[in-house]
Structures are given as structure tokens and as C-alpha cells.
Design a protein around this ligand. Structure first.
Ligand code: HEM
Length: 477
């Protein structure tokens, strides 16, 4: 009797769970596209579901209500990150912002990024860089007119060059850097059994994942060492530059030198933050642009309506300027609609609870990982009429904004861990998209009709198109 009453007193009320296997838990149910697999599972087990990745309890949120509970009501308990082996190796022992656990160190770093690196006024100060890089893609599209072109490659070089100029003041060997970023991001998403079943971590060593991560981390470190040295040299010696062109590394070094903040930047921290900007600002931006252009190609009605707005605002000028963007309500709606259907980071970045909590009546133990399925929430028929249809008009008459307070639309997350690069990313996407669509019409190679464009997805850290977007551009004028 004593034993039974002990058990019932300590019995936890856990959220519904699918059947799990020993050792691997529910890993076999993730499939090649986890956002879709979780959506399918949530139809059976509900919007709050507990699965096990190895031994790691993982809460999966598939409704706006559950997302609000995790990222608003219980944000302070759910704003750490899980300790994962490969990110640890790749990001200087998680000394960056994305992967560092919640605490004073992360708080200081995040506030430096929000106040000094990615504030509205700082983002505005990079207007010329954005305009220059946008005109570069326009020129390349002009040169390609009439021929088949890999638009993804162009958009990757746009987002790479943009972040290079903003973060480091100049463009570096494009292809080498693109490949390095690609390998780095790929490794961030590779599944390591040791992160979830600690006694199996030898498997990651035998499989060579950890060795590859160390090799890439070394390559990244050498690249960043060179970039930082270039910047340090600018301020020292006989040729010290007095006019300090302010890129993000200059700003960080300035903060370090002038003691303006109550935080000492170890060199690794500085490099980790700069690399966060590269990783955070590249794949997300080009993925969003590629999806939105794909949707426009597929939907001639929306494309025409957007081109009418652009033509009206431009008033015969040869390009769209940043000042024009405020007047473009339809452009903004088109981008929001594309981010609803294709959030570049579909499951956000996993969080971890730092204390036992009661969430929607369920007991959630400390150390539980939380995954928010922003992709499924954006397609929830309870929240969105005809959710699978690309219909930007739905964003013309609602108040959904980028602040992360509308839990039915979460492309940038919400709460303490929300993306600090929203303004940076959105203006770049708006300006590039406005100019591309203002100047060009697109058809598809090999006689494929625009309406038949394949929209299959490929899952990674970002959810991008399965195949590169190949187009034939023709000038509108
Ligand atoms: C379309 C563009 C972008 C999208 C869709 C996006 C999306 C996201 C998402 C979903 C998160 C996780 C939020 C959460 O856990 O609640 C995140 C975090 C983050 N993003 Fe972005 N992002 C974009 C652009 C950028 C840019 C341009 C930068 C920097 C230059 C950036 C830097 C970061 C950083 C540092 C974090 C980690 C924040 C933290 O853990 O406290 N992102 N982003």
C-alpha cells in the first residue's frame, strides 16, 4: 500500500507520447523532413506531444497556443539551449549567441548584438551596402537575359557578400567562403547519437563526425583569425586609420578597446559572434528569397499585382530605393505570406527547460528539450483559411508583425531567444525582391509552365527548395 501510494504521489502527468523504442526512443519517426513528420504525429497525439530523442525528453509544440505557453508564459524557464556535441565543437564550445546556454554570459552577448550590432539605426547605416549588392544581382540578371540561370547561386552570393561587407568590411573569396559555410551548416544539422544517448558517443567518434567537425572548426577559425587580424592591424602601427569605417568587427573591437561595456571579449567570443552573423544571415536570407520568387513565378496573378505596385511607387525610376519600401504594402504582404508557408528555420532552434514546470496541466521535467513546429503552425487550418494556398491578401488586413507576439506566425521565433537579425534580414529581402521583380519577368527552362514549378522541400537547418530555382529572366522594359 505504501509503495502504491508513493508511486501515485510521484506519478507525473506527462503529455501524450507515441510509442518509443529502447535506446533510440522516437528517433526513427523523424523521417527526412521532421517538420512534416511532427505535423503528422501531432494529428494523432495532439498539439502538445512528448517524444524521446534517445533518452532526451522533447516537447513538440504544433499549435499557436502551445507555442505561446512555451515562449511567453514559460519563456524564462524555457530559454536555454540543449548542449549538443557538434555545435559545441563548431562554435568555440558554444561561446556564440545561438548555442550558448541561458545565463549572464548569453544575456550580455545578446544585449551587445541587439544594441550595438543589429539595432535599427545600425541596420540603416548599411543601406549603401545593400543597394550596391542589390544592383550587382540586377546586373548579373541582365547579363543572363534569355538564358537559363541558377537563381539560387545568385541569391547565395548576394546574401554572402552582404554579410561579408557588413560584418567584415569587404568580400572574401566567395566560393571558398560559401563552401565553408555550407559544410559548417550541414554539420550543425547532422544527427549525433552521443548528444542524446551519452554512452553511445563513441559511435560519433567512430563514424568520423566529430573529426569532420573539428576540421571545419579549424578552417573557420583560420578564416576568422585572418579577418580579425586585418581589422586589428587597421588600428595599430604607423598606418593606423583614423576614419574608422564601421563594420561589425570594428564595432566589437571598439567596444573591447574603449571599455564601453561591462564585458570582456575573449578573442574566441568575438570570433563566435562574428561567425553567428555569417551563419545566421546567409542561409536564412537566400532561402526566403528563393521561396518567395518561386511562389511568385507559380502565381502570375500575385506577380502581376506586385509588379503594378512596384511600377506605381518607382514612378519611372530605374530602381527601387530603400525609402520606397515603406509605401509597398503588397510587397510586405507577399514576403510575410512566403514566410508563413516556408519559414526558413521551420522548427526554430531547440530550447531546453531549466526547471520543473507545469505546462497546460502537464508536468514538464527540468532538462526537457522544446521544439516549436513553426512550419506546421503556419499551415494550421484552425488558424488560417485555405492554409496551403499562397494568398498574400490575408496579410493586408491583419496586424501580424515581426515582434513575435503573434504565435500563429513565428518565422523568427519569439521571447528572449527571438532572432536579433529580423530588421537586417527583412530589409535585405524586401529591397532585393522589389528590385528583381520590378526589373524582370521569369519563365522556366525546358518549356516547363510557370504553374508547374516543382515546390518540393529539402530539410536541413533551413528548409529550402529541393532543387535550385532555374529561371530564364527577361527584362520588363
Ligand atoms: C530571413 C532571415 C532570418 C530568419 C528567418 C531567422 C530565423 C531565426 C530563428 C527562427 C531563430 C531562433 C529563434 C528562437 O529560438 O525563438 C533565430 C535566431 C538567431 N538569429 Fe536569425 N533569422 C534570420 C536572419 C538573421 C540574421 C540576418 C542574423 C544576423 C546577422 C541572425 C542572427 C540570429 C542569432 C544570433 C540568433 C540566436 C538568438 C538567440 O539564441 O538568442 N538571424 N533566427
Amino acid at each position: 500500500i505504501k509503495w502504491n501510494s508513493f508511486i501515485s504521489k510521484n506519478k507525473k502527468n506527462l503529455p501524450p507520447s507515441p510509442q518509443k523504442f529502447p535506446i533510440i526512443g522516437n528517433m526513427h519517426q523523424l523521417g527526412s523532413n521532421p517538420s512534416r513528420s511532427f505535423q503528422a504525429l501531432s494529428r494523432k497525439y495532439g498539439p502538445i506531444m512528448l517524444i524521446y530523442l534517445g533518452r532526451k525528453p522533447t516537447l513538440v509544440a504544433s499549435s499557436a497556443e502551445v507555442a505561446r505557453e512555451i515562449m511567453k508564459t514559460h519563456d524564462s524557464s524555457f530559454c536555454s539551449r540543449p548542449n549538443l556535441r557538434v555545435p559545441n565543437i563548431l562554435m568555440y564550445g558554444s561561446k556564440d549567441i545561438v548555442f550558448s546556454p541561458y545565463g549572464e554570459y548569453w544575456r550580455q552577448l545578446k544585449s551587445i548584438v541587439v544594441v550595438h550590432l543589429l539595432s535599427n539605426s545600425r541596420v540603416k547605416s548599411f543601406q549603401k551596402v545593400r543597394e550596391k549588392e542589390t544592383q550587382l544581382i540586377i546586373r548579373k540578371l541582365e547579363e543572363s537575359c534569355g538564358c537559363s540561370l541558377d537563381l539560387r547561386a545568385l541569391l547565395i552570393s548576394f546574401s554572402n557578400n552582404l554579410i561579408c561587407r557588413v560584418a567584415a568590411g569587404r568580400v572574401y573569396d566567395g566560393l571558398k567562403l560559401t563552401n565553408l559555410l555550407k559544410k559548417h551548416v550541414h554539420l550543425l544539422t547532422v544527427f549525433t547519437i552521443g548528444s542524446y544517448v551519452p554512452w553511445l558517443s563513441w559511435v560519433d567518434q567512430v563514424s568520423g563526425i566529430e573529426r569532420r567537425a573539428r576540421e571545419i572548426a579549424k578552417e573557420v577559425d583560420e578564416f576568422l583569425d585572418g579577418v580579425v587580424k586585418e581589422h586589428v592591424d587597421k588600428y595599430t602601427g604607423a598606418n593606423a586609420e583614423s576614419d574608422k569605417a564601421q563594420d561589425l568587427i570594428d564595432i566589437l573591437l571598439g567596444l573591447q578597446r574603449d571599455n564601453t561595456i561591462d564585458f570582456t571579449f575573449h578573442k574566441d567570443t568575438l570570433k563566435a559572434v562574428v561567425w553567428d552573423m555569417f551563419v545566421g544571415g546567409t542561409d536564412t536570407t537566400f532561402t526566403a528569397l528563393e521561396w518567395v520568387i518561386s511562389e511568385l513565378i507559380k502565381q502570375p496573378r500575385v506577380m502581376k499585382k506586385l509588379q503594378e505596385e512596384l511600377t506605381e511607387v518607382a514612378q519611372g525610376r530605374s530602381k527601387i530605393l530603400e525609402e520606397d519600401l515603406e509605401k509597398m504594402k503588397y510587397l510586405k504582404a507577399v514576403i510575410k505570406e512566403a514566410l508563413r508557408l516556408h519559414p526558413p528555420v521551420p522548427l526554430l532552434i531547440p530550447r531546453e527547460s531549466t526547471q520543473d514546470i507545469k505546462l497546460m496541466g502537464y508536468d514538464i521535467p527540468v532538462g526537457t528539450q522544446a521544439i516549436i513546429n513553426a512550419w506546421a503552425i503556419g499551415r494550421d487550418p484552425v488558424l488560417w483559411e485555405d492554409p496551403e494556398v499562397f494568398w498574400p491578401e490575408r496579410f493586408l488586413n491583419n496586424f501580424i508583425n515581426y515582434k513575435g507576439i503573434h504565435f500563429e506566425w513565428l518565422p523568427f521565433g519569439s521571447g528572449r531567444r527571438q532572432c536579433p537579425g529580423i530588421q537586417f534580414g527583412v530589409v535585405a529581402i524586401e529591397l532585393a525582391l522589389a528590385n528583381i521583380i520590378y526589373k524582370f519577368n521569369f519563365t522556366l527552362p525546358n518549356g516547363v509552365k510557370n504553374e508547374d514549378l516543382d515546390m518540393s522541400e529539402e530539410s536541413g537547418l533551413t528548409l529550402c527548395r529541393k532543387s535550385s530555382l532555374m529561371v530564364i529572366a527577361s527584362s520588363r522594359t
